[in-house]
Design a protein around this ligand. Structure first.
Ligand code: FE2
Length: 194
């Protein structure tokens, strides 16, 4: 069983609108998801030594694994997008061509993302590429795993848990956080996923 390790992120010294304290606290939570992904796997191995006695517990841990694992992976997308600071989308890139094809303009695409971020509750807004349908899809995922679309490539992931912004913003200032987060994205990183 191979252990998961925490990724190091090459984040800029200053991120406009998101404080280093906010990032620091958020990275601690990320490390927690890595730790618990490993711990659950270890616990399952141990409990399997007495399968009959532990069957219910093993099932519940298997159910929980998706929460911890996606908690880990989704944060890796989230922080990678901020690495090396803002870079605007390359108008010539395949991703930009696809955005224009599906949403008519980059501005419309961003507005559509903002619409989906208004979904109430904790979770993520994810831009996927659906290879089978050949389109971009903007969806809401509750927690880290409920509503993930099977087999679609994640292009962009925005954390909408309150922990992502509440060092800097009040609960009713979620919109300001989203504005700022979107202004700091390194689109070169996002283009590479497409
Ligand atoms: Fe988070």
């Amino acid at each position: 069983m191979q252990k998961y390790t925490s990724q190091e992120f090459n984040l800029p010294q200053e991120i406009n609108g998101i404080s280093s304290k906010q990032i620091e606290e958020h990275l601690k939570l990320y490390a927690g998801y890595v730790k618990h992904s490993n711990l659950i796997q270890e616990k399952i191995e141990l409990l399997l030594q007495d399968k009959e006695q532990n069957s219910y517990i093993i099932s519940e841990l298997n159910r929980r694994f998706g929460f911890e694992f996606n908690g880990m992976r989704m944060h890796e997308y989230y922080f990678e997008q901020l690495e090396e600071g803002l870079k605007e989308i390359n108008p010539e890139s395949n991703l930009n061509q696809k955005i224009i094809n599906d949403f008519e303009s980059f501005g419309n695409f961003i507005e559509k993302i903002k619409e989906v971020t208004k979904t109430r509750g904790i979770g993520w807004v994810i831009v996927y590429f659906d290879k089978k349908q050949d389109n971009l899809n903007i969806s809401w995922v509750s927690d880290h795993e409920l509503g993930q679309l099977g087999g679609l490539q994640i292009i962009l992931a925005i954390d909408l848990w309150e922990h992502a912004f509440m060092v800097d913003y009040l609960p009713n200032e979620k919109g300001q956080y989203i504005e700022k987060y979107l202004e700091n994205i390194n689109w070169e990183k996002v283009e590479k996923r497409f």
